[in-house]
Design a protein around this ligand. Structure first.
Ligand code: SF4
Length: 648
């Protein structure tokens, strides 16, 4: 089989039985690999019907179809399960090196069911797959365990490791799975499911090669794309301190934000995602003060400290996920940290602007703490923001707070509460599972719970970009900021390859994006389908946003597999994957419309100041139209006819 390894592995943690299954080539033509493989297997095994907190839940590690094929920016892997947070479909996407590691072991996916009696690790090397005792590693943080496992299981060839930290071991619903010392599969509660199975780590060291149909073509396509990305660099005259101006200009514009997506490559190469912490603050994209504030609450000191040029000075080297030519990550060194992943935009915002914390350097430490403990920084920061608003509104007696003064921007409170959440100690038992669980313990707190379907959304504001709100509310994994937005759509220029994707012309009024319309529904559907293709291929969102007119995803898929599919045909596969995720939720008894986000997030009531002043929209109407475009009822239930057409 070209591109795929054609084989998956099942591990029954309860019986220690390890089995393999060969998949037919036609399977990959229906689902690609990655998230498509994950959802097809979990649906086949009827995981939607199991209790996500029981040992019957299944946890899968799946690689992308293009990983290892010679394509670039296609080395991402995903963890899949039934989410204990939503009770529905769960997946979490991660960079790092594990995707290639899975394929080098001869698999496209490794799936775990049951539960180990005592902490264990799964190892796959030249002797094949096996289970080993994890007592030496259980209790260690994610980075320490990874280092020790690499030392113990590497030969001349270094192994790759996915592991949980204390948050996963302690049963936090917002626990992550870590790979490559702090690249995180962070969402859907995947770290909780791994901890529940007492699976401390997955250790992989294989030598198998990925076969491709047309290696020459793969090389040509990759060479051309890599050359283009490498050539682009930010002119020296552009300084980090100028970036807020960019946001101010955006906030004044009445036209759809259009540009050639590839122009974001130089800024991502230089600053990584951190550029957005200041560049988009005045545009209204960065949530402030538990989504209730605005750029007006942000001090000059915050903007000075978050200046990406200043953050750049802490970098000791750039970080690239496997096969990536962009390299948006970095490793930093500070007075207190020897070596740590540079906090991403999301982390800086969730522990910074969202809490009115202006001490950006502290966020390096909080990020390291979260990476070690294996806890989702978006969810953790959002939960502290929720706690702060509950505290300010005196929803609980003073004694409830265990002496923590949860006032906006209180750095000591942030640090103490985060540590308690990780350890699930005292008040940490209430906040350590995220906002959704905490609301059950705090009467009248729902209005401060900035969630969609129990999930804390990514740090991009749907009042600034309404299509984000549609995906936050309609995706089977709600709150997900990586599916689509109007900006992503405009930058990726899908319409140049997909016949039915609406073209956005430059000069289109921005107000169109706030309307319930067929065109917007087709755009959100197109984003859903293409993101499913990207997630089936192991591609990175950032390459997608930089433009499918540059990043030759469809051409790579054909050259790697030998298929001769059109972009439209790949979009049908994306549609199938997306609807399989949706149908999983229906099979789990979830009403898709129940994921609608907190009204504050779509401007109800509208803000009276700041860049999103007066902005609100009919989220319900937009979500209903989106569901209809996908071939579902207005409530999000896939129609029988759609399921038949897509062979679901
Ligand atoms: S662009 Fe960044 S996140 Fe994406 S694959 Fe490259 S290094 Fe990883």
């Amino acid at each position: 089989m070209n591109a795929a390894m054609g084989k998956i592995c099942f591990v029954n943690c309860s019986t220690h039985e390890i089995t393999e299954e060969i998949l037919e080539p036609s399977f990959y033509e229906s689902y690609l690999s990655g998230v498509g493989l994950g959802v097809a297997i979990l649906r086949r095994e009827k995981i939607a019907q199991v209790n996500p907190f029981s040992k019957d839940n299944m946890l899968g590690f799946v690689s992308g179809l293009l990983t290892g094929s010679g394509s670039v920016v296609t080395g991402r892997w995903m963890a899949v399960c039934k989410s204990p947070i939503t009770g529905g479909w769960g997946d979490a996407n991660c960079g790092g090196t594990l995707s290639l590691g899975i394929k080098q072991c001869g698999y496209d996916g490794i799936f775990f069911t049951g539960e180990f009696e005592k902490p264990s690790i799964f190892v796959c090397d030249e002797t094949g797959p096996r289970i080993e005792d994890a007592s030496l590693y259980w209790g260690l943080d994610a980075i320490e365990s990874e280092e020790k496992l690499i030392e113990a299981f590497s030969t001349k060839k270094r192994c790759v490791v996915a592991t949980i930290g204390q948050a996963g071991e302690n049963g936090s619903l917002i626990a992550t799975i870590s790979n490559d010392r702090g690249r995180m599969a962070a969402r859907s509660g995947v770290g909780f499911v791994m901890g529940q199975k007492k699976l401390k780590a997955v250790v992989l060291r294989g030598n198998e090669k990925v076969q491709v149909a047309d290696r020459k073509k793969m090389g040509e396509l990759s060479g051309e794309y890599s050359k283009k990305v490498r050539k682009l660099s930010l002119p020296h005259v552009v300084k980090g301190s100028m970036l807020p101006m960019f946001g101010k200009i955006m906030s004044k514009s009445k036209k759809a934000h259009m540009m050639d997506g590839i122009l974001s490559a130089p800024i991502m190469k230089k600053y990584g995602t951190n550029f957005a912490n200041t560049a988009l603050m005045f545009a209204g994209d960065n949530p402030v003060k538990n989504w209730g504030g605005s750029a007006r609450d942000i001090s000059k000191e915050y903007m000075k400290q978050a200046n990406p040029d200043r953050l750049l000075r802490k970098e000791v080297k750039k970080y690239h996920c496997s096969s990536c030519v962009i390299g948006c990550g970095a490793i930093i060194k500070t007075e207190r940290l020897q070596e740590s992943h540079k906090p991403e935009y999301e982390t800086i915002n969730s522990f910074g602007a969202l809490l009115l914390n202006h001490d950006i350097d502290l966020i390096d430490d909080l990020n390291d703490l979260c990476n070690r403990a294996g806890i989702d920084t978006i969810a953790a920061g959002s939960t502290i923001a929720f706690a702060m608003e509950c505290y300010q509104n005196q929803l609980m007696e003073e004694s409830f707070w265990e002496g923590i003064e949860c006032t906006w921007g209180n750095t000591e409170a942030i640090t103490v509460l985060l540590n308690k959440m990780i350890r699930k100690e005292g008040i940490g038992n209430i906040f350590g599972d995220g906002v959704g669980v905490a609301t059950r313990h705090i009467p009248n707190s729902q209005k401060f719970a900035m969630i969609a379907g129990n999930v804390e959304p990514g740090m991009h504001d749907p009042r600034f970009d309404p299509q984000l709100g549609v995906h936050f509310s309609a995706d089977p994994t709600p709150g997900r900021h990586t599916i689509g937005s109007s900006q992503y759509y405009n930058y990726m220029r899908l319409w140049e390859q997909v016949s039915w994707a609406p073209k956005v012309k430059s000069g289109t009024p921005l107000s169109n994006e706030y309307q319930v319309s067929e065109e917007n529904a087709l755009k959100s559907m197109a984003s859903t389908c293409i993101k499913s293709v990207v997630d089936g291929s192991g591609g990175c969102l950032f390459a997608m946003i930089m433009g499918l007119d540059h990043w030759p995803l469809f051409q790579w898929l054909n050259a790697a597999t030998g298929w001769e599919k059109t972009a439209d045909e790949y979009m049908i596969i994306g549609h199938r994957i997306a609807l399989a995720r949706q149908q999983f939720n229906v099979e789990a008894g979830i009403q898709p419309k129940s994921f609608l986000m907190n009204p504050r997030l779509y401007g109800v009531p509208a803000q009276s100041e700041g860049p999103n002043r007066g902005k609100s929209y009919d989220l319900n109407g937009m979500v209903e139209k989106h569901f209809e475009a996908l071939g579902c009822s207005i409530d999000g239930i896939p129609l029988e006819s759609t399921l038949n057409t897509l062979n679901l």
